[in-house]
Design a binder for this molecule. Structure first.
Ligand code: ADP
Ligand code: MG
Length: 325
């Protein structure tokens, strides 16, 4: 590693070295004016971009490794929600200064997740400014296999992978009231900093789910996007929302409800599927390493309504995280 501060090109070399993943379909990777990539014939290209801004998308003191992991994870989550197989990424990195130790840890966090999916970093841009990371991911999908937000139908069951609320609870734990969560805080913060994109689960939803979205801004907000795009309503039961043992151990029901309904950053998949065939789909998901839970059903109405254990509708505060609210 450089002891002196590296220049832009030193940083690029450092990132390239630590993120090397060989793929046949990368005809030309980092180093020229553009990458040259071969989309497998007969496949469609799925493309998605997400930006993380320090202090907005992650707390300022988040470790470089966690930021690298998360910058890729949030993007892979979008590919997962479409049912695409990840292949390539580009990385636009804006750094306050050329810090080799930071860039090394960042690249290692990014590469740790990239390796899990044999994803190749094929290019990017490196500039100076307030810490901001933009990743663009590219994946493949057979024509007609993608799962959209707009395909949901009244009568569909509503499902969510994994558990909800951990990331928001982790963010809460980072605040002044960390002691509230005791020993579970560490596990919750880990879920905030190192989300798991549900790529394998997204692939299983092809041709079987009617609609899907990843939960980045909170369940109510993101399920609301499915409802709006599909012109349906959603009824979810608070008691059915899946919670991790860490969340259950650390927070009472009213805090949990807040985190699970309106907290962002979980990166689970929320999908809707016809009752027919749903049990087979759930079995396949459980076998994939991350099961899903039924949390309610779609109606002919509009918007998302949440019912408590006695069937009464819960009043929600604001929907979820929204940047310009
Ligand atoms: P140009 O000036 O032609 O845009 P750059 O000097 O910005 O080229 O980049 C040189 C090479 O390094 C290009 O292949 C570019 O894609 C790659 N690159 C630059 N920054 C990054 C980064 N943060 N991550 C990955 N690749 C990068
Ligand atoms: Mg150039």
């Amino acid at each position: 590693m450089n002891v002196d501060p590296p220049n832009e090109f030193g940083l690029i070399d450092l990132i390239r070295e630590r993120c090397t993943i060989e793929r046949e379909d990368v005809k030309l990777g980092i180093g020229d004016d553009a990458a040259l990539l071969a989309v497998p014939s007969g496949q469609w290209l799925a493309v998605s971009t997400d930006t993380l801004v320090a202090g907005v998308h992650f707390p300022e003191h988040t470790s470089a490794g966690d930021i690298g992991w998360k910058a890729l994870a949030v993007n892979l989550s979008d590919l997962a929600a479409m049912g695409a197989t990840p292949a390539w990424a580009t990385l636009a990195l804006t750094l306050p200064r050329a810090d080799a130790a930071w860039a090394t840890a960042f690249a290692d966090g990014f590469a740790a997740l990239a390796r899990e999916f044999k994803l190749a970093l094929v290019g990017g841009d490196t500039t100076r400014g307030p810490l901001t990371i933009t990743v663009t991911v590219h994946g493949f999908i057979p024509p007609g296999a993608a799962v959209f937000r707009r395909g949901a139908r009244p009568g569909d069951g509503i499902y969510v992978t994994g558990t909800l609320g951990d990331a928001a609870a982790g963010l809460f734990c980072l605040g002044e009231r960390a002691h509230a969560a005791g020993g579970a805080a560490e596990r919750l913060i880990e879920r905030l900093n190192r989300p798991t994109p549900r790529v394998a689960q997204g692939l299983l939803l092809r041709g079987r789910a009617n609609a899907c979205i990843d939960v980045s801004d909170g369940l109510v907000a993101d399920l609301g996007h499915i409802c709006a795009a599909s012109s349906v309503g959603a009824q979810i039961e608070l008691a059915s929302l899946p919670a991790s043992s860490a969340l259950l151990a650390a927070f009472d029901i009213s805090m949990r409800a807040r985190f699970q309904l309106q907290g962002g950053d979980d990166y689970e998949l929320c999908f809707t599927a016809p009752e027919d065939g749903a049990s087979m789909l759930l079995e396949d998901l459980a076998r994939s390493g991350c099961g899903a839970t039924r949390i309610g059903r779609l109606t002919a109405g509009t918007g998302v309504c949440v019912l408590d254990a006695s069937g009464r509708q819960i009043e929600l505060e604001r929907g979820g995280w929204e940047h310009f609210a």
